[in-house]
Design a protein around this ligand. Structure first.
Ligand SMILES: [Fe+2]
Ligand SMILES: [Fe+2]
Length: 161
């Protein structure tokens, strides 16, 4: 009985010590800024993980539609790890999310670029190559991005009130 108690006490003491060490390590890791190359590698990795997260869901849909539920499950489980574990750990390490104000401005910049430049360039190029359905889709998506920009802009204005 007392042995069990002291083991539990030692174990909980060890857990507290381990926790303190991890807090100290996390503290020192965040105190020292990441190198530019590490930040760039995190960005590259996050793009891959985010893409894999959604790609595997599309693959799972296909597997399901082809009557392969086990394969669908395999893709969905991996998709979950890519998005909710790998991407999430990487974005936390990078410190992706800033203040609400900074996040809205960053989101607006991306949507504005997609709305006014990227998708329109892509649509023109697709039309030149005869890919008219794709061009039309790019233009529709460009319009959606304009809506996102306007919604973020309104939210930013409200934030400043
Ligand atoms: Fe991954
Ligand atoms: Fe968007």
């Amino acid at each position: 009985m007392s042995n069990t108690y002291s083991f539990a006490k030692i174990a909980s003491g060890a857990a507290v010590a381990a926790l303190s060490i991890s807090v100290i390590l996390a503290g020192s890791a965040s105190a020292r800024p990441l190198s530019a190359q590490t930040r760039a590698n995190l960005e590259t990795a996050m793009h891959g993980e985010a893409y894999a997260h959604l790609k595997y869901q599309a693959y799972a849909d296909k597997a399901e539609a082809s009557g392969k539920p086990e394969l669908a499950k395999l893709f969905r489980e991996a998709a979950d790890v890519e998005g909710n574990e790998h991407f999430d750990r990487e974005q936390a390490m990078l410190g992706l999310a800033g203040t609400n104000d900074a996040n809205l401005r960053d989101a607006m910049a991306g949507e504005h670029y997609e709305n006014t430049k990227m998708y329109l360039d892509f649509a023109r190029q697709a039309d030149r190559d005869g890919d008219h359905d794709t061009a039309a889709m790019f233009r529709q998506i460009a319009a959606d991005e304009g809506d996102h920009y306007a919604q973020y802009k309104a939210a930013l204005d409200k934030l400043a009130e």
